[in-house]
Structure formats: structure tokens, C-alpha cells
Write a protein that binds this ligand. Structure first.
Ligand code: PEP
Ligand code: MG
Length: 325
């Protein structure tokens, strides 16, 4: 199996009916980086910057962050890297940051909420990223955005840093693209405003499903109770990709479902053309893409989304379709 996936490394990720599905990697530590070149991924779709902070014993300094990001960009060898600003809080705890007791940490003071309330930390990180990407492209996105206004404030931080670097004669990125992670359901009702503001979006389906279904992603009693392949969730995902297309905004999906062949197959049929996943998932997903007839699956799958969930039995349908192919 592994050898078979290795052979696919340099083969294009194109479906049988000619649909190009870009496959990228989720990464967060330097040890993940050799996989970027080895796996044949087209880039890093999600770089989780909090991992450097989680393995450190104190807040990494600006220079340490800068050097780290530079190594990431070097290892990617010109392939695009999408950095996500610090996503701490919730289940991601920093031992040196005094823990605050919260009843519902997943819905608490985390991610961009923390970043906007502690602008010094966000500013330092943004400065490190701008330095690291001098003369190259920088793609940067913000986690757990609930209102478009938060994106505007975060963008303000980036623009002020950029101005500061220019004023002091530092080289800056050649191109800067700013995006938002769609992982809070409220954004589904702000898509027009959102797509007019951002350069790209990435769907964090782990958190989006957690909040969509009110089901703790880490609680084994309930985590398996509801299906990501339910018509309701798939309608939500389709709504996002349709809107993104209407605004010509690039959209990637970087949650766990992107790395599962059956789910990735459904995502392709919904219209997703860019998926980001762990390195070990890339081979199996590429193997699926290369045997898939996206058009044929879409024709059969999409009408099912309008049926009641039990009758639609999307997962059963996908399994039958896959074994048919
Ligand atoms: C997600 O929520 O789907 C995601 C990709 O981010 P994380 O798993 O780091 O929360
Ligand atoms: Mg998330």
C-alpha cells in the first residue's frame, strides 16, 4: 500500500473526468516539513503556528518565530504556505500562560479573540511572518472569526506592521493575501460581506461541525453521534463553496474530513477543488481522486441533499458509489 501511494507522488491529482483537485498538507512543526516535498503536496494549506508555542517553555521571541517561519517557507520550496495566526485557548493550552478557568473553553477566550485582546502578541507574530516572507508571498489567515469586523481589525494590525517595516526600510513580502477560517457557523450568514473582504477562506470543518452540531469534538461520548455526511452539514458546505465561486474567492477545506477518502469524494462532488490534510492521508486521497468521476457523483449526490436525512443515507450511498467505481 505505502509503496503504491509513493508511486502516486509525482502523478497529478486529477479525477477521471479531468477535474483538478489540489491536495495540500496540514503542518505545524518542523518535523512535518520534509513531507511537503516528499508527499507531492501542492503546498501547505494549514500551518498551525500554535504548535511552536505549545512545545516551548516560554513565549517564543519575535526572532525565534521569524526564523521558524523562514524555515517553513524554505522547506516548502516555493509552494504556497498558508499560515494561521495563533489558535490558543480552548483545548490548546500554553503552560507558561496563566490558565484561565473557563466553563466552556472551546467557546471562550481563544484564537483571534485572544489575539485582538492581546494585540502585542498578535503584532509580534505578524511582524515575524512579514520578516520571514520578505520578497516572497505571504498567505495569512485568522482562526475562529465570528464576525467580519474581527477580520477588519486583524487586517488593521497587519497593515500597521507592514507600514512600520516599510518605514524602517525592511524588505516586505512581495504579495500579501489575508484570509479567514470558516469554523463558526455565524459566518454562514455573512458570506457576502466576508467574501467581499477577504482574499481567500479555509474551512475548519472540525470546529465548524463541532459548533454546527453542538457536539464537543473531543468528547467520545458524543463525538461520533452525528455524521459530517448528513444532508444538513453537506448543504452548509455546499452553500459556502457556491458563494465562494460566485465571488471568485479561493476556498480550501482543511479539517479532518478532507483527509478521509470517502468524505473527500463527497467534497469534490460538492464543488471543492482544494483540500488540505495530514501527510499520511495524501496518498489514499489522491488514489481516490484519480479513480473518481466527479461529474457522475455530483449528478447523483446533489439531489440527495434535498431528501430527509434517513432516506438520503448519504454515507451508505457514498460507500456503494465507491465500491462501484
Ligand atoms: C478545524 O477546526 O477544522 C481546523 C482545521 O483547525 P484545528 O483542528 O486546528 O482546530
Ligand atoms: Mg479549528
Amino acid at each position: 500500500r505505502q509503496a503504491q501511494y509513493r508511486r502516486l507522488r509525482n502523478k497529478p491529482s486529477i479525477s477521471r473526468d479531468g477535474v483538478d483537485i489540489s491536495l495540500q498538507l496540514n503542518a505545524g512543526l518542523l518535523v512535518d516539513l520534509p513531507a511537503v516535498a516528499e508527499s507531492g503536496a501542492s503546498g501547505v494549506g494549514l500551518f498551525r503556528t500554535e504548535l511552536q508555542f505549545m512545545v516551548a517553555s516560554a513565549f517564543p521571541r519575535m526572532s525565534e518565530q521569524r526564523d521558524y517561519y523562514r524555515q517553513v517557507l524554505d522547506a516548502a520550496g516555493g509552494r504556497p504556505v498558508t499560515f494561521r495566526t495563533l489558535d490558543i485557548g480552548g483545548d490548546k493550552v500554553l503552560p507558561y500562560l496563566r490558565a484561565i478557568q473557563e466553563e466552556n473553553p472551546a467557546m471562550g477566550w481563544r484564537a483571534i479573540r485572544f489575539g485582538l485582546d492581546r494585540p502585542g502578541i498578535l503584532r509580534t507574530q505578524v511582524r515575524a511572518l512579514l520578516h520571514a516572507a520578505a520578497g516572497r508571498d505571504l498567505k495569512l489567515m485568522f482562526p475562529m472569526v465570528t464576525e467580519v469586523a474581527e477580520f477588519h481589525r486583524a487586517r488593521g494590525v497587519v497593515e500597521r506592521e507592514l507600514k512600520h517595516l516599510r518605514r524602517h526600510g525592511y524588505p516586505v513580502p512581495e504579495r500579501l493575501m489575508l484570509g479567514v477560517m470558516i469554523e463558526v457557523p455565524s459566518l454562514l450568514y455573512q458570506l457576502d460581506e466576508l467574501f467581499q473582504a477577504v482574499d481567500f477562506v479555509s474551512i475548519g470543518s472540525n470546529d465548524l461541525f463541532q459548533f454546527f452540531s453542538a457536539v464537543d469534538r473531543g468528547n467520545t461520548r458524543v463525538a461520533g453521534r452525528f455524521d459530517t455526511m448528513s444532508p444538513a452539514f453537506l448543504r452548509a458546505l455546499k452553500h459556502i463553496v457556491d458563494k465562494a465561486k460566485a465571488y471568485a474567492t479561493p476556498v480550501t477545506l482543511c479539517g479532518e474530513i478532507a483527509g478521509r477518502p470517502l468524505e473527500a469524494m463527497a467534497l469534490a462532488a460538492l464543488g471543492y477543488r482544494s483540500l488540505s490534510m495530514s501527510a499520511s492521508a495524501l496518498g489514499p486521497v489522491k488514489a481516490m481522486v484519480r479513480t473518481l468521476d466527479v461529474g457522475r457523483l455530483a449528478t447523483r449526490l446533489l439531489p440527495r441533499l434535498d431528501e430527509p436525512a434517513a432516506a438520503a443515507d448519504i454515507r451508505g450511498f457514498l460507500r456503494a458509489f465507491a465500491s462501484d467505481t
